[in-house]
Ligand binder design. Structure first.
Ligand code: CP
Ligand code: NVA
Length: 305
């Protein structure tokens, strides 16, 4: 049984296959064609945190593919009414795929361990693989190819940054990251990245100006992720010099995209001027969540060819 918990679960060739499926599905949708690649298939969504993009893009996407989806609420009692293994084995009797958004990554791993259908990670504290796939697909769309591109991350080395680093490593995209002390990638993650993607070009720094040199895309995310609310004040102080503003964007190449997974905390990690500026691709990124996830679903539930 194949799952998508992190991008360690897919090879470079498999990501390229997902992108090819995505391009086909997206082009057809733009011509008004919604090919029913997954008729009658059912997706369950179990979310322990709020969501707009992930939830709606998965549900709308599954509907376009001829399947249906069930957003399971508090009433199913996930993690409360019965043991997670019992919950999972029973849910798999009814559905073909489960999308999970969990507080802790180990919860989605636990579900995958007991699942007899595919499990997709829709964000945990550790990873956000579907976001990173949609983001790399967006860069590919914008530049026509990923060859010679570089993604620069400014801010917290969080779940989104972790998945993006791995996506870049898998697809041969250069990656740089500027984060303050205490909020950088753990050395174990950098070691495993190096092991998985030995030829990857990566720069780790605490200087945003250094990180954005030669960047094709400058990416940031909130300073306080869901679940970190108690650290809010300290984090605002720690990241004060890591805002993406016009002055920083001006040190990057003139055609560098501005990217953000959203939701954004306007005026904190990014200024309105950059977020709403001509290089910002935030809406295209969000839109591509649906197209790429349709590619993921078609690949995962189809023949995986
Ligand atoms: N980017 C993203 O995952 O957004 P949501 O939290 O709204 O799903
Ligand atoms: N890092 C953010 C991403 C939200 C899509 C969070 O985990 O809250």
């Amino acid at each position: 049984m194949r799952h998508l918990l992190t991008l360690e679960d897919v090879t470079s060739d498999e990501i390229r296959r997902i992108f090819a499926l995505t391009a086909d599905i997206k082009a057809k949708l733009q011509q008004g064609i919604r090919e029913p690649l997954l008729p009658g298939r059912v997706m369950a969504l179990v979310f322990e945190k709020p969501s707009l993009r992930t939830r709606v893009s998965f549900q709308a996407g599954m509907s376009h593919l001829g399947g249906s989806s069930l957003m399971l609420g508090e009433d199913v009692g996930f993690g409360k009414r019965e043991r997670v293994d019992d919950f999972t084995r029973v849910l798999c009797e009814f559905v073909d795929v489960i999308v999970m958004r969990c507080m802790e990554h180990k919860t989605v791993e636990q579900v995958a361990e007991h699942a007899t259908c595919s499990v997709i990670n829709g964000l945990t504290d550790l990873a956000h693989p579907c976001q990173a796939l949609a983001d790399l697909y967006t860069i590919q769309e914008r530049f026509g190819s990923l060859d010679g591109t570089k993604l620069a991350w400014v801010g917290d080395a969080n779940n989104v940054a972790t998945s993006l680093a791995l996506a870049c490593g898998r697809l041969g995209v250069e990656f740089s990251i500027a984060s303050p002390t205490g909020h950088q990638f753990p050395s174990e993650f950098l070691d495993s990245l190096n092991e998985q993607c030995p030829t990857m070009k990566i720069t780790v720094t605490d200087d945003p100006v250094e990180a954005v040199q030669g960047a094709s895309a400058v990416y940031t995310d909130v300073w306080v992720s869901m679940g970190q609310e108690s650290e809010q004040e300290q984090r605002r102080r720690d990241f004060a010099d890591y805002q993406v503003h016009k002055k920083l964007m001006d040190t990057a190449p003139a055609d560098a995209l501005f990217m953000h997974c959203l939701p954004a905390k306007r005026g904190e990690e990014v200024t309105d001027e950059v977020l709403d500026g001509p290089n910002s691709v935030i809406v295209q990124q969000a839109g591509n969540r649906m197209h790429v996830q349709k590619g993921v679903l078609a690949w995962l539930l189809g023949a995986q060819g």
